[in-house]
Write a protein that binds this ligand. Sequence first.
Ligand code: ISL
Ligand code: CA
Length: 552
Amino acid sequence: EIKPTWWKEAVAYQIYPRSFKDSNQDGIGDLCGIIEKLDYLQELGINLIWLSPIYDSPNDDNGYDIRDYKKIMQEFGTMQDFDRLLLETHKRGIRLIMDLVINHTSDEHKWFVESSKSKDNPYREYYIWEKGKNGKEPNNWTSFFSGPAWNYDYKTNEWSMHIWSKKQMDLNWNYKPMRNDLYEMINWWLDKGIDGFRLDVINFISKESQLPDGHTMIEELIGVCGVENYAFGPHVHSYLQELNKNTFSNYDVVTVGETPGLGLNTSKYFTHESREELNMIFNFEHMDNPGKDRFDDYQYDLNILKKQLVKWQMDYGNSCWNSLFLENHDFPRMISKITNESKYYGVVGKLLATLLLTLKGTPFIYQGQEIGMINAGFDLLEEYRDVESINMYDKLIKKGMTKEEALRRIKIGSRDNARVPMQWSSNNFAGFSDVNPWIGVSQNYKTINVKSQLKDNNSVYHFYKSLVEYRKGYKTLVYGDFIPYKLNKKNRFAYYRKDNESTFYIEINLCSAKQKRLKEIDPTKLLLSNYINHITDFLEPYEVDIYMLNNH
Ligand code: ISL
Ligand code: CA
């Protein structure tokens, strides 16, 4: 009963342009660099690219602070380069989606510049301006990047809201002319022929009217004050329906909402076909173990990942469609969360590939994941670039933490861990550039890089490539039922993907100790494994085996 569509069958790849490939040797990745690597991506087999923001931006948050939606960031190239990128991508049978950041703009966007000029400026209402309370902020909300969620403006004696950095000003979605301007901009891009959008923190666009104080208990839990007043605000669904009606629904495109903090059921309201809001969302429930956050030092338990994945596989329904991802530009590398033993990097990388590419949903590979990149783990504060990391360090020091402790937390959780240059080869600067890049290259590029993995048939890269091929070759892996096997067996995850055509059986060891196999299967049915010549009575550490069984 699942309605087939191209984006359900797609295998997506996220590019963080700043760190993908530098074509003109200024140390910054760019659009021509991406064009140079399209053949590589085509060879890997992906057929959908998500580009993190490439719009004109002062780069306070690496492009998630947009100054001009219709201009390309100078460091990344020109609009001509973009048009060529789109053409070259399509030529190779690959679709392209852009990042749509419309919860906020840069404070340098012309709308905000106008808005700040006076209370009666025509753009005043494009943003959220409030009077202070007793000379202080209008409420107690805090920013995700530390400090209050408000900037004071002397000229007009009012405060403007920013849920993210001081330079990322929240747009006022209550104001229809603002929304109309966004639709115009979105249609301008869609008319260029792009294939859709990933919508940044899109569940945050509607704020509770009156902007009530946040509950400090929630702040203790989540680390940010006020979130309960906009995580799924009063008008979010009508805004999304209006957005879809005025833009996406008139094109053959895909939309993926980035929706931090939404759970399974709430997500259904955003993605159920009948709602006509978004096609998919990224949920984050599986990204940390319960009671832990990104900056905590702990070994991620794959049994918990299994539990989360099974829940979404079983309960999301046939009229909602999952996205699948284990990494992006906002999280440390997954391998590093699971193990720090280098002998397991490869097998764990392949285990993650299996989860990503054999479950039901549209998989998103984050650049470098296909070669098993691990955390950069910078030791010095000066090496970090991310506004979140830098602000957090200051905050932790102010709270009385020692420099060593603060740096240790940053080293574990910093988003920079996954934002270092893509490791293309063992040449200087990992083959990303001929000059010193904008952010340091990870130490391990001599052992983990594309060039050496292309040559090695047992590499993580080739494992990804094979799985992508199977997924494109067998619709069973896309639409087939997900049927767990012996669900309660700890440290193992086994499941079928099954339809009238074929049956796949996947068995995984979730830990570094040997485990008993759950099922005896004719070894000639083995399609792929992360151990060669294995088939012993036991599953080796982090072993995965993918079988294809006859249906008869
Ligand atoms: O907070 C997170 C990581 O622990 C994510 O769950 C959350 O989705 C993220 O912080 C929101 O991210 C998006 O919007 C930000 C930007 O900095 C991120 O890079 C972007 O992906 C503000 O635009
Ligand atoms: Ca460059």
